[in-house]
Design a protein around this ligand. Structure first.
Ligand code: SF4
Length: 302
């Protein structure tokens, strides 16, 4: 793995267009503490759209996606400065997705601690609207005590199938059992937890996977496909190594069946979401007009 260290110029990237800026409750910013991703040589690297974005192609690495990472060493300092210089009213509008172009808990985070130090900053500012920490890495368990201190934080765990053998037959990835465990532990510790089946890969059995998701402890379950969720109706994925690896890469029937199954059986406070409306479906904590706290209600999105 090639590693480079860089002082970034900014750390909160405004979201004005694209996936995160759409939907019922869009994100205002994305935060990536790294450029490149250490999971890029696993299954998700086959379809990961971040490898096509300018921040990677212009990063100066000659190494393939997944074999080089740039560490934004000053990310926590930039974040602290940005939040400190905002008015409380501006901070209340912040809805941050961490991260859209890297995994905040990729292997290098174990020693670099940039994500951890960013969370320490967030913990000093209790009145943002939303922080979603999106990961497929069991390493996130290390920082659950910190996430508990951030009243607006959600942990979002990617579990794209329940079929470890299928995952292995592609290019592997963090063990699925450890990811289930992460979601369970986080929810037991009172951290708002979401599972994203994104993109939904072939699974063992509809009832077995669906039941496990419903009993996982997660309060939100989001189903997505590479056709619906790559931001280009599948066109980006068509150019990806995934399309060359999997003949039926564009099939979405199994994802729709899972979504329908979950919708039919979800009870109580579990929200079932689909693709963009699901990802961007966490209601605000504050009124954007008056800044007053809003009553949180459970929404079933379709
Ligand atoms: S973890 Fe996310 S950012 Fe990293 S390679 Fe996989 S899909 Fe891309």
């Amino acid at each position: 793995m090639e590693i480079a260290y860089k002082e970034a110029k900014s750390i909160l990237t405004p979201q004005q267009h694209g996936f995160l800026a759409a939907g019922p409750y869009p994100f205002t910013h994305a935060l990536s503490a790294y450029t490149g991703c250490g999971f890029g040589q696993t299954t998700c690297g086959l379809y990961c759209y971040a490898q096509f974005l300018p921040n990677w192609s212009m990063s100066g690495f000659a190494a393939p996606w997944g074999l080089a990472v740039q560490v934004k060493t000053n990310a926590p300092d930039l974040l602290e400065k940005k939040l400190r210089n905002m008015t409380a009213a501006k901070r209340r509008q912040l809805r941050i997705f961490m991260s859209s172009t890297t995994d905040p808990y990729q292997p290098i985070e174990r020693t670099q601690l940039v994500t951890r130090r960013c969370l320490e900053v967030f913990a000093r500012y209790p009145n943002l609207d939303l922080l979603v920490v999106q990961t497929r890495s069991p390493l996130a368990e290390r920082d659950l005590p910190l996430l508990r201190q951030i009243p607006y934080a959600w942990l979002s765990v990617t579990i794209e199938t329940d079929d470890q053998q299928h995952l292995k037959s592609l290019k592997g990835g963090p063990p699925l059992e450890k990811r289930w465990e992460l979601a369970r532990t986080a929810s037991e510790q009172g951290i708002p937890t979401q599972i994203t089946v994104s993109p939904c890969l072939p699974y063992t059995d509809l009832v077995a996977f669906g039941t496990r998701l419903l009993n996982s402890g997660a309060q939100r379950l989001i189903i997505d496909t590479v056709v619906d969720g790559d931001g280009a109706e599948g066109e980006r994925t068509a150019r990806s190594p995934f399309a060359r690896t999997s003949e039926d890469w564009a099939a979405t029937t199994h994802a729709h069946q899972l979504y329908a199954y979950l919708q039919e059986r979800a009870a109580g406070t579990i929200v079932i979401g689909w693709s963009n409306p699901g990802f961007c479906g966490i209601p605000p904590r504050f009124s954007q007009e008056s800044g007053a706290p809003l009553l949180q209600t459970v929404q079933h999105l379709c």
